[in-house]
Design a protein around this ligand. Structure first.
Ligand SMILES: Cc1cc2nc3c(=O)[nH]c(=O)nc-3n(C[C@H](O)[C@H](O)[C@H](O)COP(=O)(O)O)c2cc1C
Length: 393
């Protein structure tokens, strides 16, 4: 076919052209931005437009510098465990019973203190990169939402400043320090500031955050692990800060702690039993939100065997992957006493400061109440394994 004829046959009619132009305009990013507020970062939605925790992540992503968002988002290595933490919730079905529940009772007593909900804030590092008021704002948001914040050992603010920012209850998370004098000093300060429990984190001994390492090619992004030690001294990328932990060490610091003490990062029944043998007051099931050992199991998968080993002798706290009220319900049905939120309040803080922390926690509380009502369970004592059907691989 001659070239001219081909052009003639295949060229657009005026009507086709007008139709194509209209379709193009309708599909353009500008038009889409009118419909989807998250696409156009120049418009941040008002806080009460957000419906669930995931919505807060989108706003935090839009507002935070890339490095701050990534630091919250990533897990160790290929992030398999981080993804599995979420996936595990889809392996648990909820089986409701027919019973009308006017107002589910979510209250519990933990270490002798009343809690309105079985939902606390996990310890997470450095809130200054998320908001100028840092942990002070997180504590204010947590207090407004009537919940307890566990302050990280590597918080951006000193513990007494965080404690002074709001009247709500605090716990303190401690990273073991080999130097026992330094350990005592940190533990004394936390207890003097009124922290009601001490959580000793025993996992995350050698994490590698590849997103960070990849990110270094993209501009002025901190190089966390290589910066710690010269390559020659650390050829396997293992931080030597935390590679000396022992149960004996926990015994040594146990007598420095006058409030209840828990170990965080427990993933086996055997370690849970050791926690009890070493006089701990609680077991905190966690894989650090997938930031410790990649290919560790999802915490929800190991929760039942740990609960069985503990046999009600001490509270079992649970975290890693909680995003929904139904997630809380599943963890409690499988035997957790209470759960903690890691990334969720960070998204609230990064998106809206203290009101964001308050709102995102209240959304989970409301979802949890609604899920209890829909499941026909009047109170926390009624949450047990009859409520779930598990299909872990
Ligand atoms: C950005 C970030 C910082 C964290 N910092 C600490 C920390 O300082 N101490 C600690 O014990 N755990 C820390 N964690 C782990 C959390 O306490 C918690 O176990 C984890 O976030 C729970 O998983 P989730 O984020 O899926 O809820 C951190 C987690 C994240 C995401």
């Amino acid at each position: 076919m001659p070239h001219l004829e081909s052009t003639w046959t295949h060229s657009l009619t005026r009507r086709d052209a007008a139709r194509a132009l209209a379709a193009f305009a309708a599909g353009s990013p500008l038009a889409l931005a009118q419909q989807d507020p998250f696409r156009d970062h120049s418009r941040v939605p008002a806080i009460d437009e957000l419906l669930n925790a995931f919505d807060f992540e989108a706003v935090a992503y839009a507002k935070l510098p890339r490095q701050a968002y990534d630091y919250t988002a990533y897990g160790t290595d290929g992030e398999f465990t981080m993804r599995r933490n979420r996936e595990a919730f889809s392996w648990v079905d909820l089986t409701p019973c027919v019973q009308s529940i006017a107002k589910p009772d979510t209250a519990l007593t933990l270490f002798g203190k009343p809690h309105a909900f079985p939902i606390l804030l996990s310890p997470t590092a450095g809130h200054l990169q998320l908001h100028p008021a840092a942990e002070a704002a997180t504590h204010q948001g947590a207090t407004a939402a009537r919940t307890t914040m566990i302050v990280s050992n590597v918080a951006s603010l000193p513990i007494n400043e965080i404690a002074a920012a709001a009247p709500g209850p605090l716990w303190f998370q401690f990273y073991p320090r080999e130097d026992l004098t330094a350990a005592r000093d940190t533990l004394d300060r936390a207890q003097a500031a009124g922290c009601q429990a001490i959580v000793v984190t025993v996992d995350q001994q050698a994490p590698v955050f590849e997103r960070d390492l990849h990110g270094r090619h993209l501009g002025p992004i901190a190089r966390r692990l290589p910066a710690r030690q010269p390559a020659a001294a650390n050829p396997y990328r293992i931080s030597d800060r935390r590679l000396w932990y022992s149960w004996k060490y926990l015994d040594q610091i146990r007598e420095m702690v006058k409030v209840p003490m828990l170990a965080k990062g427990i993933l086996t029944a055997e370690d849970a039993r050791l926690c009890l043998e070493h006089g701990l007051d609680g077991v905190y099931v966690s894989n650090h939100g997938g930031r410790s050992l990649d290919y560790a199991p999802a915490t929800l998968e190991v929760l039942p065997e740990i609960v069985d080993a503990v046999a009600g002798r001490v509270p079992v706290i649970f975290d890693s992957g909680i995003r929904r009220g139904t997630d809380v319900l599943k963890a409690l049905a499988l035997g957790a006493t209470a759960v903690c939120l890691g990334r969720v309040p960070r998204w609230g803080l990064g998106a809206y400061g203290a009101p964001g922390v308050q709102r995102v926690v209240e959304i989970l509380q409301a979802e949890f109440v609604q899920a209890m009502a829909a499941a026909g369970r009047p109170n926390l004592a009624a949450l047990n394994r009859t409520l779930v059907r598990t299909d872990f691989p």
